[in-house]
Design a protein around this ligand. Structure first.
Ligand code: NAP
Length: 321
């Protein structure tokens, strides 16, 4: 089969002929990949900024697939374990070290397959898995978002961020966003968020505070030097849940505000099979359609990666296989 093989760090994967995956027991199933989607994880691995990288490898954690029995998406979080509150030591993610979805076929555990919701195309379904479950767990399971909460979601153009925006809107939260690009704020407003600010503005956090009156929940993946400002715009008792640190480590934030205003800092990573299953039910019940930035053909992976590396996207970037 054809697959995008990552041979060297800091270089794009190479489209090559590789052996078909082998079906090794009855608990696994071979599937033809219809569409895959990019995640920032793929970019971090190519850049060598991810733990325990093993080369060569076929990246890609998201896919909608066809099997003899129907249309499915794959839960890319494998071997979560028995504990709901954290993953086991054997937890791993589809696409490095095992074969990922930037390929024609894949072999996965049968219990990782979930039926494609009727209201979604195969391209839309491929946008769900990694980003969807990360947003669902962070916003709903960890931060406990509910109707009426004032919620801030940072980096509005991101795949996970936009799922969080859509889940929060479906819950009836008052949603605000930040972005490094003004045009993305406009697009978020069109989705139904109450307001947003561009973080290149001076004192962007003050303008957010003025618009919103303060936040009950903040869902962040940027950290770096924006995090200290997030603490200043929390309501008393607020929760900040973060699942990434795209802008790196953070420093110089005030611990005093955190303890005096009873703010909770929560870390979150992907989600359990239970989270995945609940997320699918939530998407079906609310007929949520993912925000798709662009659909590229399978052969255009380098262009798709370039778009993600430059943060040009608004929503999920999809490959049609
Ligand atoms: N722990 C987990 O389970 C988990 C799961 C998924 C993702 N993550 C992490 O979460 C982050 C987002 O993932 P994703 O797949 O949603 O990525 P993505 O689709 O590439 O979106 C990231 C967004 O964050 C903003 N951004 C990116 N780099 C930035 C920087 N240096 N400084 C400030 N803003 C920046 C951009 O938004 P604007 O252009 O709107 O500003 C960009 O669109 C990544 O770091 C990823 O590794 C963690």
């Amino acid at each position: 089969m054809k697959a995008w093989n990552l041979l060297k760090l800091s270089e794009n994967p190479v489209l090559s002929e590789v052996n078909d995956p082998q079906l090794w027991d009855n608990n696994h199933i071979m599937a033809d990949i219809s569409h895959s989607a990019l995640n920032h994880r793929d970019v971090w691995i190519i850049k060598g900024k991810y733990p325990s990288i093993k080369l060569p490898c076929v990246l890609g954690s998201d896919a909608s697939v066809l099997t003899g029995s129907g249309k499915y998406i794959i839960n890319p979080g494998l071997e979560w374990g028995d504990e709901e509150s954290f993953q086991s030591d054997s937890f791993h993610i589809l696409g490095m070290p095992g074969q990922g979805t930037f390929a024609e076929k894949i072999v996965v555990p049968e219990n990782s397959l979930f039926e494609v919701p009727d209201h979604l195309t195969m391209a839309e379904a491929a946008a769900i898995p990694l980003a969807g479950v990360t947003a669902y767990r962070a916003l709903i399971k960890r931060a406990g978002a509910k109707q009426g909460d004032k919620v801030l979601i940072t980096g509005a153009g991101g795949g996970v961020s936009l799922w969080a925006v859509q889940f929060a809107l479906a819950l009836g939260c008052e949603v605000y966003v930040t972005s490094g690009k003004e045009a993305k704020i406009e697009k978020a407003l069109a989705l139904g968020v109450a307001g947003g600010v561009c973080t290149i503005e001076n004192d962007w956090h003050k303008s957010l505070l003025q618009k919103s009156g303060g936040f009950d929940i903040i869902i962040d993946s940027i950290m770096g030097n924006t995090f200290p400002q997030l603490i200043k715009i929390c309501n008393a008792g607020a929760k900040i849940c973060f699942y990434g640190a795209s802008a790196g480590n953070t420093q110089d934030f005030s611990p005093h505000i955190i303890f005096w205003r009873q703010i909770s800092l929560l870390g979150s990573t992907m989600g359990s099979p239970e989270d995945f299953s609940e997320m699918m039910a939530f998407i079906k019940q609310n007929k949520i359609k993912p925000v798709i930035d662009r659909v590229y053909s399978f052969s255009q992976l380098p262009d798709a990666l370039e778009r993600m590396q430059t943060s040009a996207q608004f929503g999920k970037i999809i490959l049609e296989h």
